[in-house]
Design a protein around this ligand. Structure first.
Ligand SMILES: Cc1cc2nc3c(=O)[nH]c(=O)nc-3n(C[C@H](O)[C@H](O)[C@H](O)COP(=O)(O)OP(=O)(O)OC[C@H]3O[C@@H](n4cnc5c(N)ncnc54)[C@H](O)[C@@H]3O)c2cc1C
Length: 311
């Protein structure tokens, strides 16, 4: 069976940074990624809060740079390679990847998170027919159309501003009466004449006809009456779910399913580390995912050294 020192599951910012640190320390490092490297940032148009890029850069460009930097130091990438199972074998782990087994001395879980669904009627039926979770991918399809963004955090408001490049009108539907987004993002949102805010509203149903979205039924969280908002598209940014199923039987998760780690990224299982959005860390951003990836790799390397010394 092929044996590697450090197997990194997930090629988003956390996994890419862990790969950079592990490969630079000359550990045999392999990153397994279901798709192409980059993770969630490839779905965002512009990243302007990652240090070192004063003008900002596209999510895809940042992902590409991180990928190239890790590869330059010898990290190996297996793309379109989904890890299906992680099983402890003595002190090591057996990974099943697309039906093939690989032995890893240490595992760093960097599987990130996926956007939450609303769970309302019509959402599944009209996914890809007007319902989307990616403004960068689908925004251009809504040129001169009317769209709604659901959510009030940074990602929701940034993507609403991005969508004003294409859409003639962008409605923001938020369940509270104030936004959670960072103040400077809020200011840009309030200044944008194409954006209209709908406070204290939740989506009850996505409506459509002939396979296309026609609008959303909104219920008020205050005493206002319900209303129908006619639309061509709806973009959902209401939080994320941890992709932690691979290790849910191995280590401790919090009540929401995020992997619990110490401040170095060690989980409750020896040799199993986790970093980035899959963990219970508070701030879920590129910079924190990268930092936690570095810490997890550093600790994983120390653990490997100690294991070799004690043989
Ligand atoms: C629309 C949007 C806009 C954002 N804008 C910003 C921003 O401007 N600035 C900022 O700092 N942050 C932003 N974020 C947040 C940022 O993208 C995330 O915090 C960051 O990507 C988390 O990195 P990660 O590596 O932990 O996980 P992810 O980016 O989620 O990457 C995890 C990777 O693991 C892979 N994977 C999962 N399971 C498996 C498996 N079993 N086998 C193999 N591979 C697997 C996935 O395919 C994925 O590529 C934004 C997020 C979104 C959705």
């Amino acid at each position: 069976m092929e044996t590697v020192d450090i197997a990194i599951i997930g090629g988003g910012p956390a996994g890419l940074t862990a790969a950079l640190y592990a490969a630079r320390a000359r550990a045999k490092t392999v990153v397994f990624e279901t798709g192409l490297p980059g993770g969630q940032i490839v779905t965002t148009d512009w990243v302007e809060n990652y240090p070192g890029f004063p003008e900002g850069l596209s999510g895809a460009e940042l992902a590409d740079l991180m990928h190239k930097q890790a590869e330059r130091f010898g990290a190996e990438f297996r793309t379109f390679a989904q890890v299906e199972r992680v099983e402890p074998v003595d002190l090591d782990f057996k990974l099943t990847v697309e039906g093939e087994d690989i032995l890893a001395r240490v595992v760093i879980l960097a599987t990130g998170a996926v956007p939450k669904k609303l769970g309302v009627p019509g959402e599944a039926e009209f996914t890809g027919r007007g319902v989307s979770w990616c403004a960068t991918c689908d925004g251009a399809l809504f040129r001169d159309k009317t769209v709604a963004i659901i959510g009030g955090g940074d990602a929701a408001i940034e993507e609403a501003i991005f969508l004003t490049k294409f859409a003639s009108r962008v409605h923001i539907v938020h369940r509270r009466d104030e936004l959670r987004a960072t103040k400077c993002i809020q200011e840009r949102c309030f200044e944008n004449e194409k954006i209209e805010l709908h406070w204290s509203r939740v989506v009850k149903e996505v409506k459509g006809e002939n396979g296309k979205v026609t609008g959303i039924e909104l219920a008020a969280t205050n005493d206002d009456p319900d209303e129908f908002l006619p639309l061509d598209g709806i973009f959902i940014f209401v939080g994320i779910d941890a992709t932690s199923g691979l290790v849910s039987d191995l280590c401790d998760l919090d009540e929401r399913g995020f992997v619990q780690t110490d401040h170095n990224g060690l989980t409750s299982y020896p040799g199993l580390y986790a970093a980035g959005d899959v963990t219970d860390s508070e701030l879920k951003q590129v910079v924190t995912a990268a930092a936690k990836g570095a810490s997890a790799a550093f600790e994983a390397l120390r653990y490997l050294d100690n294991r070799l010394c004690s043989i």
